[in-house]
Design a protein around this ligand. Structure first.
Ligand code: PMM
Length: 263
């Protein structure tokens, strides 16, 4: 069955003034809830990669994520670290993370692939064409599935050249990264091109902006989570090995229904 990656944001909660320990405690509690709801992996991140997001210094990113990773890994939960920084990836693996989730596929930090190679961790390589601040300027495709697969193939080669064994590689088509609106639906429809590359495929659609073209602009979180469960089940049907979601319980149910349907 398709695995579920639960998203744990170790970013400051702008609605609380509880300070750093309160933020870490909240992220840990959230991770434990997602695990109880059926997450197979917890994906911990300390820097937003959303469109238009500004970069966070690596030292601050590590201050946010390391206590959270240490605690959740100590519970025996498989952890991935969502980062663009090689130094954060290494520190996270030392703290117990088993997978490095780099949405840039090793492009943002020239040291990333070599660092992961030496660490023994698996790596998820995302399809990426540049920083979140201006990624829509690069959202031009003629046949998106094939182009994304081709660009991911280059990242797989680069990871291999850096010494990462093929069995340690996961690829991710990067829904929302340098893709606007309907391009994301086209990409999901053509997911077979990415699955055909060979490595395990991770797909992240959770609460993303493109869902509005199905639901309307005013859909709240609950409706976006339902839409995410549907897109995640469809991605699973199309061959995804794992899906990355905020609301684990809804997607868990959708995957269970898919599995019952398939018998
Ligand atoms: N999307 C976001 C962050 N990290 N990692 C992977 N592997 N795939 C994704 O699609 C992905 C990611 C951005 O979404 P968020 O800010 O809601 O977490």
């Amino acid at each position: 069955m398709t695995a579920i990656w639960g998203i744990v944001n170790a970013t400051p909660d702008s609605f609380s003034d509880g300070g750093r320990y309160a933020d870490a405690d909240a992220a840990i509690a959230h991770g434990l809830r997602l695990r109880a709801n059926g997450a197979d992996v917890l994906d911990v991140g300390g820097e937003s990669t959303r469109p238009g997001a500004e970069r966070v210094p690596a030292a601050e990113e590590q201050r946010r994520v390391l206590p959270v990773i240490e605690r959740l890994a100590a519970e025996g939960i498989p952890i991935s670290i969502d980062t663009l920084n090689a130094s954060t990836a290494l520190a996270a693996v030392r703290a117990g993370a088993r997978i490095v989730n780099d949405v840039s596929g090793g492009l943002a930090d020239p040291d990333m692939l070599a660092a992961v190679a030496g660490s023994g961790a698996d790596i998820a390589l995302g399809h990426w064409r540049g920083p979140s601040s201006d990624m829509y300027a690069r959202a031009e495709y003629t046949r998106i599935g094939r182009e994304v697969a081709e660009e991911l193939r280059e990242r797989i080669s680069a990871a291999g050249a850096a010494g990462i064994a093929p069995a340690r590689i996961i690829v991710d088509p990067g829904v929302g990264f340098a893709k606007a609106g309907a391009q994301n639906w086209d990409l999901l429809r053509e997911l077979a091109d990415v699955v055909a590359l060979g490595p395990r495929v991770l797909v992240g659609t959770s609460r993303k902006r493109f869902l509005a073209s199905a639901l309307g602009d005013d859909a709240g979180e609950a409706r976006k989570d339902l839409a995410t469960a549907v897109t995640s089940a469809l991605a699973a049907r199309a061959g995804a090995w794992a899906v990355r979601v905020h609301d684990v319980a809804t997607t868990r149910d959708a995957l269970a229904v898919l599995s019952a349907w398939d018998g």
